[in-house]
Design a protein around this ligand. Structure first.
Ligand code: EPS
Length: 385
């Protein structure tokens, strides 16, 4: 229903994303788009790049007087760091005489496979696009989707539940308090005790010249019953969410609801009994994470992602120089020690995108007004079931 195409190198002039298929008549807040970009830049354990950048979106099409037109929306995010890279990343000039090519691939990055596949002698030609810098475009597109969802009462939030093996043990059930706790934590965790331990562990990673991964959890509340479908892989919402989360840089695993834990329990301790109270279906638990058979069941969606430690190590692992074929330590590119809090924000916006897509699939419509009519008609129908 909606689609996007992004472009841009990490140290090129800008990142660009074109969003297509958005309905007309959605009032868009530029501040809110920029707020999401800002959130992505935060987090304890981030590298120096985030001090250079102050990501802001420039919209050059698809919005007029603050409202979507129904035409493609172009979002541009300038790379402030570009000024330091104009020669090394020049689009037209010859390479400078003193250009240092990257020839020692970093284990865990796209470096080796990319350089072989695209026949590049300079691994930079791969790493520039493979860089997690591009997650800014995912956030920008997702931040638009999120405004559409909010218009229809659907909210998305997230927290970090694990960093470097340290787990958040407890957090409040109250939505606003939970969101507030995660937002104010430097590691986006809602468990104050775990927060101190996570930060200490990140300090340790820094000292060792090492990196840390972790797990984040995204929750969507207010989803109507019936988004997604049970019929095909590309219509099942759980499959679509997993695909989208897995394609965020450094993500190695996805869980929905109880996820892997469900595989360890009796069926009777996994599935959520169905009750009918005050004219609607309710569930006393949410092991399914809001999805049964690829269809939303009206419970909050709960999606987790596992992020590996970032693959640039300041104390590098061994690699091979692709020119000499001699053993050499891997290249060191400026990087983060831990970017799980940032990945959590990226995932929120990616999930918002997927849910908005499923929402538009269900309710169609070229304008917000048309969609609103369909949502209301559906709600009347659901109330009778
Ligand atoms: C990132 C920008 C990058 C990295 C990081 C994430 O900028 P630079 O390479 O100039 O430091 O800091 O990307 C990676 C660690 C990676 O491996 O891709 C960002 O804006 O999120």
């Amino acid at each position: 229903m909606i689609r996007y195409l992004s472009a841009g190198e990490s140290h090129g002039p800008e990142l660009t994303v074109i969003v297509d298929g958005f309905p007309s008549g959605l009032r868009v807040s530029r501040d809110e788009l920029n707020r999401q970009l800002k959130r992505r830049q935060l987090g304890y354990g981030r590298g120096y790049r985030q001090q250079i950048e102050s990501d802001e979106v420039e919209v050059t099409s698809g919005i007029r007087f603050g409202e979507t037109l129904g035409s493609p929306i172009t979002l541009r995010i300038a790379n402030r760091d570009w000024v330091h890279w104009t020669e090394r990343m020049s689009i037209w000039d010859e390479p400078p005489a003193n250009l240092k090519r990257v020839t020692r691939p970093r284990p865990g990055h796209a470096d080796l496979g990319g350089a072989i596949k695209y026949q590049h002698e300079d691994i930079r030609n791969i790493l520039e696009r493979a860089s997690a810098r591009n997650t800014a475009t995912l956030v920008a597109a997702g931040a638009l989707a999120r405004q559409l969802l909010r218009h229809f009462g659907i909210e998305v939030a997230s927290h970090v539940v694990e960093i470097g093996g340290i787990r958040a043990q407890q957090w409040t059930n109250d939505w606003s308090a939970w969101v507030q706790a995660a937002e104010s934590s430097p590691v986006r965790t809602a468990d104050a005790q775990a927060e101190a331990q996570m930060m200490a562990k990140i300090d340790e990673a820094k000292e060792r010249g090492d990196t840390l991964g972790g797990v984040f959890e995204v929750v969507v509340r207010g989803c109507p019953v019936g988004l997604g479908s049970h019929v095909h892989p590309d219509r099942k919402l759980d499959g679509r969410l997993a695909q989208a989360i897995m394609s965020i840089q450094a993500i190695k695993g996805v869980e929905i609801g109880l996820g892997f834990e469900a595989a360890r329990r009796w069926g009777s301790q996994v599935h959520d009994p169905i009750h009918y109270e005050n004219g609607r279906y309710t569930r006393p638990s949410n092991g399914a994470g809001g999805l049964e058979g690829g269809i939303t069941n009206g419970q909050p969606l709960v999606v987790r992602g596992a992020m590996k430690p970032i693959s640039t190590l300041y104390t590098p692992l061994m690699s091979v120089d692709m020119v000499t074929k001699q053993p050499e330590p891997a290249a060191v590119e400026r990087s983060d020690y831990c970017a799980v809090p940032a990945a959590s924000v990226v995932a929120e916006n990616v999930v918002a995108w997927v849910v908005a897509d499923a929402f538009l699939e269900k309710f169609g419509g070229d304008s917000i007004a048309e969609i609103a009519e369909r949502v209301e008609a559906y709600q009347r129908q659901v109330a009778k079931r």
